[in-house]
Design a protein around this ligand. Structure first.
Ligand code: SAM
Length: 296
C-alpha cells in the first residue's frame, strides 16, 4: 500500500464515521504511522507502508472512528509552538490556553521595564518563580519558561498520571533544571511570599455543559481535568486565589483561564479573595477567557 492509497483509505473510514476534517486527519494518521511530518508525506505519496505500519494504521483509524482524540493516538500535541507528548490521563492542551501564556509574558516583560515601589523580580537578583497550578502535561509552565529565560517554575497537579507527561515534556525540552514538578492539592505546600506569578487553568466545564462536549473530550479526557465541582464551580478558583494571596510577593500576577460563563463571577469575587481591580481578557473568538489581577 502506498502512502497516497493509505490516506485515501483512512479518509474514507473517517468520513464514514463523520469525523469533521477527515482529509487533514487522514494525512496526520498516515504521517504518524510512518513516523514522518505531514510535509514529508505530501512530498512522497508513492512511499510504501510496511506490514507493521499498515496494521498500526488500521488500529489507529478504528480508534479515531470511535472518537478517540487524534493526539492520544499519535501521542503528540502542539502548544505555543512546542511539541508535547500527551496521552490518556492528561488533558490535551488547547489553543485558547495560549492566551494565559501571553498574559504572563506580557506582564513579565512589563515588570522588567517598570520601576516598582516593592522589590521587583529584577532588583531581587534571584530568578523569579511562576507556579502552574494544575499543570497537566506542563504546557503552560513549559511555554512560559521557553519564552522567559530568566524565570523558574513550579508545576503542581494532583494527578500522578498527568505529572508523568509533564516530566517527559520537561526532559524533552531540556527544562529539568528550571521546572520543579510536584504532586499537590493546588498551592497547599508552597511557602508564604515565595513566588512571583500564579497561573492556572482549572477544570471549568459546568455539569449542564457536559452533554454538549465533543465525544473526544467527554469519553476520553480525564473528567477531573474538565469538570468543575457541581455544588460549587468557583471552588478551585477560590482555593487557588486565597492561597495565591499568601504565596505571591507584592506586585505578583494571578491569572486564570476560565469559561465565558464563569469569568464575570470570578472577577466579581476576586476582591473578596484579596485581589483588587481584576481584569478580563477576551480570546480571539471574542469570548471572556482569562481573568487576572496583581497583588498590592
Ligand atoms: C483543565 S486541566 C489543565 C491542564 C494544563 N494546565 C493545560 O492547560 O493544558 C486542569 C488540571 O488541574 C488538575 N487538578 C484538578 N484538581 C486539582 C487539585 N485539587 N490540585 C491540583 N491539581 C488539580 C487536573 O489533574 C488537570 O491536570
Amino acid at each position: 500500500m502506498t502512502a497516497q492509497q493509505a490516506v485515501q483509505w483512512a479518509q474514507a473510514q473517517l468520513q464514514a464515521a463523520e469525523i469533521e476534517d477527515a482529509p487533514r486527519e487522514a494525512h496526520a494518521l498516515v504521517a504518524a504511522c510512518l513516523g514522518w511530518e505531514r510535509a514529508r508525506l505530501i512530498a512522497h505519496p508513492d512511499a510504501r507502508l510496511n506490514g507493521a505500519q499498515i496494521r498500526r494504521l488500521h488500529r489507529w483509524t478504528r480508534r479515531r472512528a470511535a472518537r478517540e482524540p487524534l493526539a492520544y493516538l499519535t501521542r503528540r500535541a502542539w502548544f505555543y509552538g512546542l511539541p508535547l507528548t500527551v496521552g490518556r490521563g492528561a488533558l490535551i492542551p488547547r489553543p485558547e490556553t495560549e492566551l494565559l501564556v501571553e498574559r504572563f509574558l506580557h506582564w513579565a516583560k512589563q515588570d522588567a521595564l517598570t520601576p516598582c515601589p516593592s522589590p521587583t523580580v529584577q532588583e531581587r537578583g534571584d530568578a523569579p518563580v511562576l507556579v502552574d497550578a494544575g499543570t497537566g502535561t506542563g504546557a503552560i509552565a513549559l511555554a512560559c519558561l521557553t519564552h522567559a529565560p530568566g524565570w523558574r517554575a513550579i508545576g503542581v497537579d494532583r494527578s500522578r498520571r498527568a505529572l508523568r507527561y509533564a516530566q517527559i515534556n520537561r526532559r524533552a525540552l531540556g527544562l529539568e533544571s528550571r521546572l520543579l514538578l510536584a504532586q499537590s492539592n493546588w498551592l497547599r505546600g508552597l511557602r508564604n511570599t515565595s513566588v512571583d506569578a500564579v497561573l492556572s487553568n482549572p477544570p471549568y466545564v459546568l455539569p449542564d455543559e457536559w452533554d454538549a462536549l465533543p465525544p473526544e473530550a467527554a469519553r476520553y479526557e480525564p473528567k477531573g481535568a474538565l469538570l468543575a465541582p457541581a455544588h460549587d464551580p468557583l471552588q478551585p478558583y477560590r482555593r487557588i486565589a486565597r492561597d495565591a494571596r499568601r504565596v505571591l510577593r507584592t506586585g505578583g500576577l494571578l491569572a486564570f483561564e476560565t469559561s465565558p460563563r464563569l469569568a464575570p463571577l470570578i472577577a466579581a469575587q476576586l476582591p473578596a479573595w484579596g485581589f483588587a481591580q481584576p481584569q478580563i481578557m477576551h480570546d480571539y473568538a471574542g469570548a471572556m477567557r482569562v481573568v487576572w489581577a496583581i497583588t498590592t
